[in-house]
Design a protein around this ligand. Structure first.
Ligand SMILES: Cc1ncc(COP(=O)(O)O)c(C=O)c1O
Length: 433
């Protein structure tokens, strides 16, 4: 494949943008490429780069594109909206419609605030949890990523893991000392910690972690966290920026039947446009300004374009519940065939999957359950996998620490092509030994 234009674009980009990209994983450094592909346009599950190469897409813009890129209904609604103006700094009726749709879809959300990103949503959720409990500390889990606000960039997943560290420079010791961390999945450790430290305001967790690769959460674990929070007066925050409206309309909490006190959302609820949201119990949410003294605001919060794109997306998901079973069936078929192909080519791997998400780990281990397990998986085999898939015109996550994402636009033929390409990659991996 020829990538001259991408290469040129990256050379220029590095002069003006740190690392040439506006979000680190996009640089493709972790998959040992000297430049990323620069995308020109997308439709359905296809991307086209600046050189005109076509790719099948398993990134889905890191989550929002459950309906595929530029879904006709979303696009038509956005075009209509653009004619009326892009931001007013004053409320619109459509914001209320989207809020109602979210409240009706996620059982634990009684009131919701819109933001412009997932990062803002989690940052505000922590703030209101602290105000509500009058306590300062937060507990998060190693390898979970909750955006890039200071207090949540401790033992974080996603791009930090990809870049080879977990704590960002530039954050004061005072901030990080209020953020406690534990390995994901160990309830006893949580019980010990909350028994010893009565200053914990909230536990924030990705109910289905997808930023250290995908983890399959046991229902008992989430149930246990719920019970601990109830008995200790701790606010339970489910960060459903990825899992919200993806595992089910009501997110992981509907999937597992466990409710959070505060939920954070993003990605899908903006239909591919900038968005985030946090919502929860009325008595917590009523602490936010102008009703209360917990400040949250945003020039573009609830901007009409994102709101309309999100409204159309969520309405389509609500009106077509079979989408979720279809996505799960596609992932089951694809991952089952990939496992078979790997076994036939003599390549050891473990695939974690849930709903429309999955991660392929190259390892001889039997299962992958937490960050420590992921760290021990083979990075060089993953790099070979990524690069072979790319040459075959299929773009998968440029990091072993992320999930692969299915959309409704992937057809049976697409899955067959993906399986054949994966088999090729496994042959190369087997040859490399
Ligand atoms: C679980 C989770 N929370 C929060 C965020 C931050 O969202 P954003 O990138 O929109 O700021 C992300 C981003 O990937 C995420 O995966």
């Amino acid at each position: 494949m020829i990538h001259n234009r991408s290469q040129e674009a990256f050379e220029k980009a590095q002069k003006f943008i740190p690392g040439g990209v506006n979000s680190p994983v996009r640089a493709f450094r972790s998959v040992e490429r000297s430049y990323p592909i620069f995308i020109k346009k997308a439709k359905g599950n296809r991307l086209w780069d600046e050189d005109g190469n076509e790719y099948m897409d398993y990134l889905g813009s890191w989550g929002p594109m459950i309906l595929g890129h530029n879904n006709e209904r979303v696009l038509a609604a956005v075009k209509e909206c653009l004619e009326d103006g892009s931001s007013f700094g004053l409320p619109t009726s459509m914001e209320v419609e989207l809020a109602e749709l979210i409240v009706n879809s996620v059982p634990s959300i009684e009131m919701v605030r819109l933001t412009t990103s997932g990062t803002e949503a989690t940052m505000a959720a922590v703030r209101v949890a602290r105000a509500y409990t009058k306590k300062n500390k937060i507990l998060k889990f190693e390898g979970c990523y909750h955006g890039h606000s200071d207090s949540l960039l401790v033992k974080a997943g996603s791009g930090l893991l990809t870049e080879g560290y977990q704590d960002s420079n530039g954050i004061t010791a005072g901030v990080t000392s209020d953020t406690l961390t534990l390995p994901f999945g160990d309830l006893d450790k949580v019980r010990e910690l909350v028994a010893a430290d009565k200053e914990i305001a909230c536990i924030i967790v990705e109910p289905v972690p997808a930023n250290m690769g995908l983890m399959k959460t046991a229902k008992e674990y989430l149930q246990g966290l719920r019970e601990i929070c109830d008995s200790e007066g701790i606010v339970l925050i489910f960060d459903e920026v990825i899992s919200g409206f993806r595992l089910a309309l009501g997110g992981a909490q509907e999937y597992y039947g466990i409710e959070a006190d505060i939920t954070t959302l993003g990605k899908i609820i903006g239909g591919g446009y900038p968005v985030g949201a946090f919502g929860g119990k009325r008595e917590i949410m009523e602490m936010i300004a102008p009703l209360g003294d917990v400040y949250h605001a945003g020039t573009l919060s609830g901007n009409p374009i994102s709101v309309r794109a999100g409204y159309e997306t969520l309405t389509m998901l609500r009106d077509n519940p079979s989408i979720y079973t279809e996505l799960e069936e596609k992932v089951d078929y694809l991952t089952g065939e990939i496992e078979k192909a790997a076994a036939e080519e003599g390549v050891d791997l473990v695939i974690n999957k849930l709903g429309s998400l999955y991660t392929i780990y190259f390892t001889a281990a039997e299962k992958i359950e937490n960050l420590e397990d992921v760290m021990a998986t083979d990075t060089s085999k993953y790099i070979t996998f990524f690069n072979t898939m790319l040459e075959e015109g299929i773009i998968v996550s440029p990091s072993k620490f992320e999930a692969h994402i299915m959309s409704i636009a992937h057809t049976k033929e697409d899955l067959e092509r993906t399986i054949a390409a994966a088999r090729k990659a496994f042959k190369v991996i087997a040859e490399q030994g």
